[in-house]
Design a protein around this ligand. Structure first.
Ligand code: VG1
Ligand code: CO
Length: 561
């Protein structure tokens, strides 16, 4: 066995964004690029030495290669044991569950989530800490700092590895094949434990829901449902939970084979990227319930006959009905949402007399609140919802939650549940408009224009609405006191409406400008209008005040959700 120290020069731009380091595959394929970043993680997290690390990814192109490399790096950096998902697979929520159940000291999740995969697509790597959640900003910043000065990485030469169950000298190729078999192997002084990627996750979510009631719902004649895994990581998870454990027909889980390029599609579960499912359920009404998940299994889209559930509404509905689910029967302690997410969940928290929190975009900001028991549920407008069962958002969990609600409310549909919710709490009309791959300077200029206007906005009118506040969102974590600034521009019309503008932190091409619109409607007679029409005055305001179309020459958003 030989341990090598390889001299390298730092790579520019190894800065984790909203959710890990995301770059084109070709960037990750540069010699030493992955090694430099992972070594920076190991240098920043000395607690991993002598401990257990979790490793897995969403199965996208470069996943296996990256895992073989990371195993050799881990072995040379004094890590005791690595738990690897079989075939290199671990969904993001499953990785979180494994870290927690096995008391690992951290985990590396290989994914660029909803970004397309394949040789020309994106790759990514996220570092999660011992609570199972994304590393907080202080940690990702320390990692980034380390990448700027790093001068070497340590790696084990796989050619000399002694295998326990393998021939005494294994090649790198064989190292890559180990991960196909559940079992334990020795790599230098480190144990590689290849685990069933679904088992821990299934045990955690299996304990939360009324599986008997869901089983009866699924078996009910006339209940038609479908789950679309979008050829991403959730296929094996959905099969185990929905088909094996809940008795759904195998045909109800579609696109269940994870593919390295997600079948050439964009594994982003929203009406824009899953148009067939949307058409079949929402428009044609051929199914009663359908759902989809993203590349790494942490997002969820919920559809019913005649309704695509807004993720902000979904969080509010789950909060309002949580006690119908066994895992939350004793009630919830609080709800948190990211700043751009609609205030629908605030209304529920107020009615339930539980705490509500507004955090910056990205799951890492929920971790302290969850760990401190201040919240039970949290979510984002970007199709992410979850609870304190893990420290990541969780796509299938949300699907099971909705199925449990439908099972507990006989005679109700997704649409009727939403309509009843709006009658009780009011409706927050909501939409997000994305302008993708915009020239970075132009995107910054548009945001700057609105930012400069903020101080003068209060008192101004948007149609019948009056602006009451306008700022650049800053957050002080109520648990650990850490501060985060520049988290998005907010224009607020009291409780009535909001317009938000921010730049994406997950894209890999130019900049993506996200505009978010929210309008509150308490009158039940006006709660079933066309969403975009109701939001039009807010949309016009944002476009004028940012000068987005004038600056970029774009005439319309690329994606509307
Ligand atoms: C987007 C979403 C954000 C989400 C993040 C990661 O970030 O808006 O809500 O947490 O993706 O989701 P941004 O910075 O591009 O707006 V995933 O499914 O990539 O892990
Ligand atoms: Co994701």
């Amino acid at each position: 066995m030989s341990l090598r120290e390889v001299a390298i020069a730092p790579f520019e731009g190894q800065k984790p964004g909203t959710s890990g380091l995301r770059k084109k595959v070709t960037v990750f394929q540069q010699p030493g690029y992955l090694e430099a970043f992972v070594q920076a993680v190991f240098d920043t997290a000395p607690e991993l030495q002598g401990g257990t690390l979790v490793l897995g990814g969403d199965g996208r192109f470069f996943n296996r290669e990256a895992i073989a490399t990371i195993l050799r790096l881990a072995a040379a950096n004094g890590i005791d044991r690595v738990l690897v998902g079989q075939r290199g697979i671990l969904s993001t929520p499953a990785a979180s569950a494994v870290i927690r159940r096995h008391r690992a000291r951290g985990g590396l999740v290989l994914s660029a989530s909803h970004n397309p995969g394949g040789p020309d697509g994106d790759f990514g790597i996220k570092y999660n800490i011992a609570n199972g959640g994304p590393a907080p900003e202080a940690v990702t910043e320390a990692i980034f700092k380390r990448t700027q000065t790093i001068g070497r990485y340590r790696i084990l030469d796989a050619m000399d590895v002694k295998g326990v169950t393998m021939p005494s000298s294994v090649s790198e190729r064989m190292l890559d094949q180990w991960i196909d078999q559940v079992g334990e192997y020795r790599l230098g002084g480190m144990i590689v434990q290849v685990i069933d990627p679904v088992e821990d996750y299934a045990a955690v979510v299996g304990a939360l829901f009324d599986f008997d009631a869901i089983r009866r719902l699924i078996a009910r004649p006339g209940f038609r449902f479908r789950f679309d895994a979008m050829h991403a990581v959730t296929g094996p998870y959905a099969r185990r939970l929905l088909v094996d454990m809940l008795g759904a027909p195998a045909t109800s889980v579609i696109n269940a084979e994870p593919k390295e390029n997600f079948g050439g599609r964009h594994p982003d579960p929203n009406p824009a990227h899953a148009p067939e499912l949307y058409q079949a359920v929402v428009v044609d009404g051929t199914l009663d319930f359908a759902a989809a998940s993203d590349g790494d299994g942490d997002r969820n889209m919920i559809l019913g006959k005649g309704i695509a559930v807004s993720p902000s509404d979904s969080l509010a509905v789950l909060a309002a009905n949580a006690t119908l689910v066994p895992g939350y029967a004793r009630g919830i302690s609080g709800v948190a949402r990211s700043m751009p997410t609609s205030r629908a969940s605030d209304a529920v928290a107020a009615a339930l007399k539980v705490a509500s929190f507004e955090t910056p975009t990205g799951w890492k900001f929920f971790g302290t609140l969850l760990d401190a028991g201040r919240i039970t549920l949290c979510g984002e407008e970007s199709y992410g919802t979850s609870s304190d069962h893990v420290r990541e958002k969780d796509g299938l969990w949300a699907v099971l939650f909705w199925l449990n609600l439908l099972a507990a409310k006989p005679g109700e549909t997704v649409l009727s549940i939403l309509q009843a919710h709006w009658r009780r709490f009011g409706r927050h009309y909501y939409s997000r408009h994305d302008y993708e791959a915009v020239d970075a300077k132009q995107a910054a200029a548009a945001l700057d224009r609105l930012r400069a206007a903020l101080p003068g906005l209060p008192g101004e009118k948007i149609g019948a609405l009056t602006i009451t506040a306008a700022d650049d969102f800053a957050y002080r974590d109520p648990v650990d006191g850490s501060e985060s600034r520049g988290q998005g521009l907010r224009v607020i019309c009291g409780e009535q409406a909001r317009v938000i503008a921010r730049l994406s932190g997950t894209g890999t091409e130019g900049a993506t400008v996200r505009l978010y619109f929210e309008l509150f409607e308490s009158d039940p007679a006006r709660q079933n209008d066309d969403v975009q029409s109701r939001l039009q005055p807010l949309i016009d305001f944002a476009e004028v005040r940012t000068g987005l179309r004038e600056i970029t020459g774009r005439t319309a958003p690329d994606v509307i959700t």
